[in-house]
Design a protein. Structure first.
Length: 341
């Protein structure tokens, strides 16, 4: 987290641990505020920036989505797989100035950047950790568009589009959700304007909002566990099946076209604390885990909401339990999008 920005947030009441805003003094009230319009610092996420005249061609051969379709005013979901088709990380991706920016979980940023950098070789591409170069904020809720327009001076025309403004970049990821990438010296002024319409919340509340929109985030506890379709990455537009080769592409394509996918990501609630990587069980699977928690966050009504990869058949026919077959019961919730049959 940028030091001057950290100092400013602390004057606003932020409780910060390991560069993550936990809350602003009343975590329970912030969770309830998620039903309105909220603003959150996103320093718990990292950014890898790629620069150079061959960047598009390089990333096209590495990532799951069509990087050549990422124009200066667009954004996309994307992923990076190992040769076995398992995700090492997933990103919100946009262009800012001459950079291609990949926002991902901070705890996998270094390993993903290092692995991608191994394959640059003689290409005219440079990769760097850009996490500390801008202040990034998330804004969501019914008044989000008005708040962002007032604070930033403009918003994109549609979802998964971007707008370049004097203070930085505005990325619209849904009708009422925006990610802002702001020059540090302008961030405090933007924050003050946003607070006129949005309630500041900590990272756990932002995580809860994100997972309830069905957007996964690969973290260190879940690296190399899922092919993209298991976490619904192709459903949200993060996989292009016509783009050509990238690491794991053959396995990802096979999962798409040969047979029915046995595991999918579901949204659920559990009246207990949960964390990424936790195992899930059902009576039909002979004592073996039937699923894995992808993301988890405290829910406003208590307990935790989770995104979990589950055996599809078990999800539809069995009672699911956290940690053990005798553990707390998961209650499935509807995702905001339809899963393929």
């Amino acid at each position: 987290m940028i030091e001057i920005w950290k100092d400013f947030l602390q004057t606003q009441g932020a409780q910060i641990d390991n560069d993550t805003v936990l809350n602003y003094g009343d975590a329970a009230a912030e969770r309830l505020a998620a039903s309105g319009t909220i603003v959150a610092d996103l320093s718990q996420l990292g950014v890898i920036a790629f620069h150079g005249e061959e960047t598009a061609a390089f990333l096209q051969g590495q990532l799951t989505n069509d990087v050549r379709a990422l124009h200066g005013d667009s954004a996309q979901w994307n992923g990076y797989c190992n040769p076995k088709g398992r995700l090492l990380g997933n990103f919100l991706m946009w262009r800012q100035g001459g950079d291609y920016c990949l926002q991902l979980a901070a705890d996998v940023q270094s390993s993903v950047q290092k692995r991608l950098s191994m394959f640059i070789m003689r290409a005219k591409v440079q990769a760097r950790d850009a996490s500390g170069e801008t202040v990034r904020l998330g804004v969501t809720g019914k008044q989000a568009a008005a708040a962002v327009a007032a604070a930033m001076g403009g918003i994109p025309e549609a979802r998964m589009r971007t707008a370049t403004v004097e203070t930085g970049q505005v990325i619209q990821v849904a009708d009422d959700t925006f990610v802002l990438s702001i020059a540090p010296e302008r961030a405090a002024d933007v924050w003050v304007l946003l607070r006129g319409l949005a309630t500041p919340v900590g990272a756990p509340v932002w995580d809860w909002v994100r997972l309830n929109t069905g957007i996964p985030l690969i973290v260190s506890a879940t690296q190399e566990q899922f092919v993209p379709q298991m976490v619904n990455l192709e459903v949200i537009g993060g996989v292009n099946f016509q783009k050509g080769c990238y690491p794991g592409q053959e396995i990802v394509a096979r999962s798409q076209y040969l047979g029915k996918l046995k595991r999918r990501m579901f949204l659920a609630h559990v009246d207990a604390e949960a964390a990424p990587g936790d195992s899930l069980f059902s009576a039909d699977f002979d004592g073996q885990a039937t699923g894995t928690v992808v993301n988890a966050a405290p829910a406003p009504e208590g307990g935790f909401d989770v995104l979990a990869v589950l055996l599809v058949e078990s999800a539809h026919t069995q009672t699911l339990h956290l940690h053990a077959l005798t553990g707390p019961v998961l209650h499935l919730k509807p995702l905001p999008y339809a899963l393929p049959e």
